[in-house]
Design a protein. Structure first.
Length: 256
């Protein structure tokens, strides 16, 4: 009980210090929440992890109709569990009551300091139902991670529904004898004594366009992580985005 992270998906629930890239994918940040006020319960066993919780929006936003609330759950099954070979699959879901407040998804294209250039339509919403599928596969120095999200938002006053979706596929390779671990439904820190290199590749896609309104975007990211020691990591990411549809700026391509 308190200000807790809603359990939805692999990338969101993994600690920021243990994520592969500098920024989480735009699909993850578009459809999953961070920390909100609430209560949740859960359990871990060798083959099964689950979490359920009820939350109230804790953002700095001023809601005219009262703060939205949500019910969120996550279930992850371990299919392979060996020291250097793991395979996990999971499902997440959340129901959010918007209480007829203004709804809009705004994304910065995986660049924290950038403007929000990837936008959905803006409207008053009654509720939102979001589901997610996830898979993480690790074998020796290789790690593959992917998630898919689908969200259905009901506009107030029986004015219709809006559908949005997104996904990412990420790969990591550690040069040397070390490897990452995925345990208790979270990606763990790379165990290394230092001077270890990790190369990364990710493709992410986000479709916020429905009823002829909104943006659609994709981004390819290559990255290199250098572990100087157990506690010190240097990270470099190069992004190539492509944005179409409604947006704030006229430049729809670039590098960061």
């Amino acid at each position: 009980m308190g200000k807790l992270k809603e359990s939805f998906g692999t990338e969101r629930t993994t600690r920021k210090a243990n994520t592969l890239f500098l920024e989480r994918s735009m699909a993850t940040t578009a459809f999953t929440a961070g920390k909100n006020y609430g209560i949740k319960v859960g359990d871990n066993s060798k083959r099964y992890h689950w979490n359920l919780g009820i939350f109230q929006d804790a953002s700095d936003r001023d809601f005219e109709q009262g703060r939205p609330w949500s019910a969120t759950g996550r279930h992850v099954y371990t299919l392979i569990d060996k020291s250097n070979h793991t395979f996990d699959m999971g499902v997440s879901y959340t129901y959010k009551n918007w209480r007829n407040n203004t709804f809009q998804i705004e994304e910065n294209g995986e660049v924290h300091s950038a403007d929000d250039v990837i936008l959905s339509a803006e409207f008053f919403a009654e509720n939102q139902l979001t589901s997610g599928l996830e898979a993480t596969y690790q074998r020796k120095n290789w790690l593959l991670q992917s998630e898919y999200f689908y969200s259905d938002v009901e506009q107030d006053g029986n004015n219709g529904e809006w559908q949005f979706d997104g996904y990412y596929i990420a790969a990591s390779y550690v040069i040397g004898g070390n490897n990452r671990r995925y345990k208790n439904a979270r990606l763990k820190k790379l165990k290394t004594e230092g001077h270890t290199w990790e190369v990364l590749l990710r493709y992410s896609h986000l479709d916020l366009r429905d009823n002829g309104i909104g943006s659609e975007a994709s981004s390819t990211t290559i990255g290199v992580n250098y572990y100087l020691s157990r506690s010190t990591r240097f990270m470099i990411n190069l992004l190539k985005p492509d944005i179409s549809g409604s947006r704030l700026h006229t430049k729809d391509k670039g590098e960061a």
